[in-house]
Design a protein around this ligand. Structure first.
Ligand code: MBD
Ligand code: FE
Length: 282
């Protein structure tokens, strides 16, 4: 769609819920045993019960929480809420023994099936796409240093106003998304524009919680990537920009020092950053 409606939390939430239901990115429900359900849910409820006692939670507070949780579901914001406040811990646990490049959280805005692009490419964008031109170049290798020919870099990011295609009705489908296929030496050079920081929608329940708690709703500007090659463990990650706002206070706690780019101005006016990815055997 290319209409000019202003994006709402409910539209983004409905799209994120649909995307999650069809995604196979990080495993399936079949891997969860009854023993694990009992152990983990018991511990989770213990934490809730302990919090109620420690902080002497009242009936009005319980009712407000119940009303808010119903709203999270009805607005489709479970993917946003969970990925902002919980996923970073799961990601760190899952990567404890991983070699190679640092990962980060997937977040709610990945879409499968983006257009496939050659190793030197420009991401799909509007003819008048606002934003500072940016080039991301590098090589995909394995942990022994061998180049990985034809490695795929599934990349997606927000536009210069912080909106993602597929989740904001005024941004064309597929904008600033692509699956880049590295060359025979694992090299890639992706032209795009610099994304803006991302603000959690203020008109949904996640935004209400953040406002009522006196927190801030911002993520630093970032690129999302999934880097994969057959026989290797895929890396889901994000890349940030040195000196950018919110880099030290990401609401989603998904930044890492290893993931910060330092793009340099080039003679042609674009900014260029180099980043190599290292994959470990699956
Ligand atoms: C984002 O753009 C994002 O990357 C995450 C993790 C959560 C909300 C919005
Ligand atoms: Fe994001």
């Amino acid at each position: 769609s290319t209409t000019e409606e202003s994006p709402t939390a409910a539209q983004a939430g409905a799209s994120a819920t649909r995307a999650f239901r069809t995604s196979r990115q990080h495993g399936t429900a079949g891997e969860v045993t009854p023993e694990r359900v009992s152990t983990v849910v018991t511990a989770l409820l213990d934490g809730v019960h302990r919090t109620i006692r420690t902080h002497q939670v009242t009936y009005p507070e319980y009712v407000a929480a119940k009303r808010w949780l119903i709203e999270v579901g009805e607005s489709g914001e479970w993917p946003l809420l969970l990925d902002v406040f919980v996923e970073h811990e799961v990601e760190e646990v899952s990567a404890q023994h991983q070699q190679g490049s640092k990962g980060s959280i997937l977040g709610p805005y990945h879409l499968p099936g983006a257009v496939r692009l050659p190793s030197v490419c420009t991401l799909p964008m509007r003819a008048d796409e606002p934003g500072t031109p940016l080039v991301l170049a590098g090589q995909v290798r394995d942990t022994t240093g061998k180049a990985l020919p034809g490695a795929e870099l599934d990349i997606w990011h927000a536009d210069d106003a912080g909106y993602y295609s597929g989740f904001a009705p005024h941004v064309p489908d597929g904008n600033l998304r692509g699956v880049v296929v590295a060359d025979d030496d694992g090299h890639f050079e992706i032209s795009t524009i610099q994304p803006a920081p991302y603000q959690i929608p203020t008109d949904g329940p996640t935004g209400t919680l953040i406002e009522r708690a006196g927190w801030h709703p911002w993520r630093p500007a970032h690129l999302h990537l999934i880097v994969r090659s057959p026989g290797y463990r895929p890396i889901t990650t994000q890349l940030y920009f040195t000196g950018g706002d919110w880099l030290d206070s990401d609401v989603a706690k998904a930044t890492k020092p290893e993931l910060v780019l330092d793009p340099r101005p080039q003679p042609d006016g674009r900014r260029r950053a180099e980043y190599d990815f290292v994959l470990e055997p699956a």
